[in-house]
Design a protein around this ligand. Structure first.
Ligand code: ADP
Ligand code: ADP
Length: 231
């Protein structure tokens, strides 16, 4: 089943007195339910813009975004149920880790306090945050903050998960363990995921397919084997 579909997706940034920037120039893509797509490409090729449009954080210039067969292109971010873990997507400083995770759940109608607490505890356990639930973001390492962002993206059981360089702040050893944990999470929870990364090893070990972007279009699409073994 197709979980996410992009049709002719486009984005042109226009600012007064500056030439327009065609950041995304017509992307067509289908992700099956539970599939993890690795999105690669040089800086400035349009990866973040693509993710922000899917999340609803940036208006599209043209094209359509379908989740589970329904167009969400005109829906605001909070009505899309898309989990995002972006580098510059800030945690709320006054709230503890547990409160940061609960925040999005409480906003949902009809969710009871004990259900929220149970869900937060469950995700914290999975992502390895149990020991720091009462800490505030300012007291955490950047690696811990990235885990909190990941947990926050997962806690609402999103239809689609978008991860932008989720391991970039970890040192080599932590990155190795966290990559293995991500793989296990992916197997257990089976989210339909787009993962932006510069790390070839991360893409090889996690992705079902890889899309390589260049200048706002997808230049190559295939299994990791096809992408990395092609001449
Ligand atoms: P990537 O994530 O692959 O590094 P981006 O999506 O961030 O690429 O950027 C694609 C292009 O769009 C770049 O040329 C970038 O400078 C430009 N761009 C990104 N965001 C904006 C913005 N808010 N306003 C104008 N140009 C932007
Ligand atoms: P990334 O490569 O991860 O997208 P960037 O440094 O390109 O990171 O972008 C960081 C922020 O700056 C984003 O919010 C993006 O929208 C904005 N930005 C990037 N390029 C431009 C640009 N040419 N003009 C205005 N804003 C931009």
């Amino acid at each position: 089943m197709t979980a996410l579909e992009l049709r002719e997706l486009r984005k042109t940034y226009r600012a007064r007195g500056r030439p327009p920037v065609e950041a995304v120039r017509g992307i067509d893509l289908r992700l099956d339910s539970g599939e993890l797509l690795g999105l690669l490409g040089p800086s400035g090729c349009g990866k973040s813009t693509t993710l922000r449009m899917i999340a609803g954080l940036e208006a599209v210039t043209g094209g359509d975004i379908l989740v589970g067969g329904t167009s969400v292109t005109d829906r605001p971010a909070q009505r899309r149920n898309i989990g995002v873990a972006f580098e510059n997507y800030a945690l709320y400083p006054p709230l503890t880790v547990a409160e940061n995770l609960a925040f999005g759940l409480r906003a949902r109608r009809g969710s009871r306090d004990e259900d929220v607490s149970r869900r937060v505890a469950e995700i914290a356990e999975r992502v390895g945050l149990t020991g720091i639930l009462d800490a505030r973001p300012a007291g955490l390492s950047s690696g811990q903050k990235q885990r909190v962002c990941l947990a926050r993206a997962l806690v609402r059981e999103p239809d689609v998960l978008l991860l932008d360089e989720p391991l970039s702040h970890l040192d080599a050893a932590r990155r190795d363990t966290t990559r293995r944990e991500l793989k296990r999470l992916q197997r257990d929870l089976g989210h339909t995921t787009i993962l932006v990364t510069h790390d070839q090893e991360e893409a090889l070990s996690l992705a079902d397919r890889i899309a390589v972007m260049r200048d706002g279009v997808i230049q190559q699409l295939g299994t990791p084997y096809e992408i990395y073994d092609s001449p």
